[in-house]
Design a protein around this ligand. Structure first.
Ligand SMILES: *[C@@H]1O[C@H](CO)[C@@H](O)[C@H](O)[C@H]1NC(C)=O
Ligand SMILES: *[C@@H]1O[C@H](CO)[C@@H](O)[C@H](O)[C@H]1NC(C)=O
Ligand SMILES: *[C@@H]1O[C@H](CO)[C@@H](O)[C@H](O)[C@H]1NC(C)=O
Ligand SMILES: *[C@@H]1O[C@H](CO)[C@@H](O)[C@H](O)[C@H]1NC(C)=O
Ligand SMILES: *[C@@H]1O[C@H](CO)[C@@H](O)[C@H](O)[C@H]1NC(C)=O
Length: 372
């Protein structure tokens, strides 16, 4: 999301000249790309990736210091575009498709060794929809015309990005915080059946280009046993009962300091999906502080929350990979969404590391946490 540094980067401002008696060292001297390396360690311990989101919409790609870390394929071996593959970017007018912004992330993932596991995100979600979907004159959609528009979007977007995608988040966040089907425009016209319809359309589109792309359901607050997680199991069963393909479930893992579920709770939630034959992914991991600033003690607890979460994936054979959203507080979505909260990432805004980084490495390599 927007941040001061993002705007500075966009404007070509190299250093922010806020009155400072002592000159700050150049950011480029501070960004930490030293060992240990999270992606290399994850691969050495049997996982496909450790990755970080990239949002070219907020100008991250122009930030040299940030990109020095993001580019490093020993640290991050996979990425997910934060915004630019979403419906409003890809199909801003009905049946007019534009893949150019999403393709920026494809190109950067190829150039930095992340292209084998590019997690494409997302096809059907209730946010970041173009106005032609949401603000049609009242009642001008029917269940049939909206289904046709949704299927067209899925088909052409899957074909447009093609085999660049390792996986697609086909349906995103279809369950609300009361564990009911979220009352989206798709639900209003098609009921819960838009979900299997979307997966069927994605499956057909993948087949039509002869690709192998994993089809994923992605949501938050399903990472621990409870009503919402049970509803997600019901969602998977709804898709499978028609013989339609779903390959995996993404645990967003946007956690809050002090409320992060323990490793065994997260493993138990994973088990409810892996027992249905699915793969698991941690897709948008961060651990935010509900109030700032953190202290050494609360930073140690945050490290523990990260450690437990990564341990849940490491100890679940069907959990394929782990992705943070993103790695650096300067671009975190948290402060602009939750006022007064933040410091959720592995790196501080100045691109030095928090204890949580070492904790993640220790969880990956299965040693006790020394910083928790
Ligand atoms: C990051 O990688 C991209 C693609 O290779 C390259 O264009 C860019 O200069 C790199 N940035 C830094 C800071 O290394
Ligand atoms: C596609 O989107 C890009 C980036 O927003 C824009 O520069 C380009 O003009 C668009 N292409 C078409 C054909 O509209
Ligand atoms: C679509 O809506 C029409 C009109 O309300 C209704 O008769 C029909 O049963 C609906 N079709 C489906 C598949 O739900
Ligand atoms: C980076 O920022 C953190 C948090 O503000 C601070 O504790 C740390 O000293 C900074 N590191 C450097 C090298 O400036
Ligand atoms: C790791 O932690 C466990 C439980 O806290 C403890 O029993 C064990 O001795 C520790 N192992 C090492 C190598 O410190």
């Amino acid at each position: 999301m927007a941040s001061l540094r993002a705007f500075a980067a966009l404007a070509g401002v190299v250093a922010l000249t806020v009155a400072a008696p002592v000159p700050e060292p150049e950011l480029a001297e501070r960004q930490d790309t030293s060992a240990p390396f999270l992606h290399s360690a994850a691969v050495a311990h049997g996982k496909a990736w450790f990755g970080s989101e990239l949002d070219t919409f907020s100008g991250e790609q122009y930030d040299q210091a940030f990109m020095t870390v993001w580019n490093d394929s020993r640290i991050f071996g996979s990425t997910t575009p934060g915004n630019t593959m979403k419906w409003e970017f890809v199909e801003p007018q009905q049946n007019t498709f534009n893949f150019s912004q999403g393709m920026q992330t494809v190109a950067l993932s190829k150039a930095t060794g992340k292209d084998a596991h590019l997690r494409c995100h997302n096809l059907v979600w209730h946010e970041e929809l173009p106005s032609w979907v949401v603000y049609q004159p009242y009642d001008s959609w029917t269940n049939i015309t909206l289904a046709a528009a949704m299927i067209n979007h899925i088909t052409k977007t899957v074909r447009g990005f093609g085999s660049n995608c390792y996986s697609w988040d086909v349906v995103n966040e279809a369950i609300d915080d009361n564990a009911q089907w979220r009352n989206t425009i798709f639900y209003q016209y098609m009921g819960k059946y838009y979900i299997p319809i979307a997966f069927a359309a994605a499956q057909a589109a993948v087949k039509s280009i002869g690709a192998d792309i994993k089809l994923v359901y992605n949501d938050y607050n399903i990472e621990f046993p409870g009503a919402k997680q049970q509803k997600a199991v019901e969602l998977v069963q709804l898709i499978k009962q028609y013989g339609i393909k779903i390959d995996g479930v993404g645990f967003e893992s946007h956690f809050v300091f002090g409320e992060t579920p323990g490793a065994s709770a997260q493993m138990q939630a994973m088990q409810s999906f892996t027992s249905l034959g699915l793969n698991m992914y941690q897709t948008e991991l961060d651990v935010r502080f509900p109030s700032l600033p953190p202290t050494p003690a609360t930073l140690a607890q945050q490290a523990s929350d990260y450690y437990n979460t990564i341990q849940a994936c490491m100890k679940t054979p069907a959990c394929q990979g782990m992705t943070v959203w993103d790695f650096d507080d300067a671009y975190s979505w948290v402060p602009s969404t939750f006022a007064g909260q933040g410091d959720a990432c592995l790196y501080w805004a100045n691109l030095t590391r928090k204890p949580a980084y070492e904790a993640v490495y220790q969880a990956i390599t299965d040693v006790n946490c020394t910083v928790c």
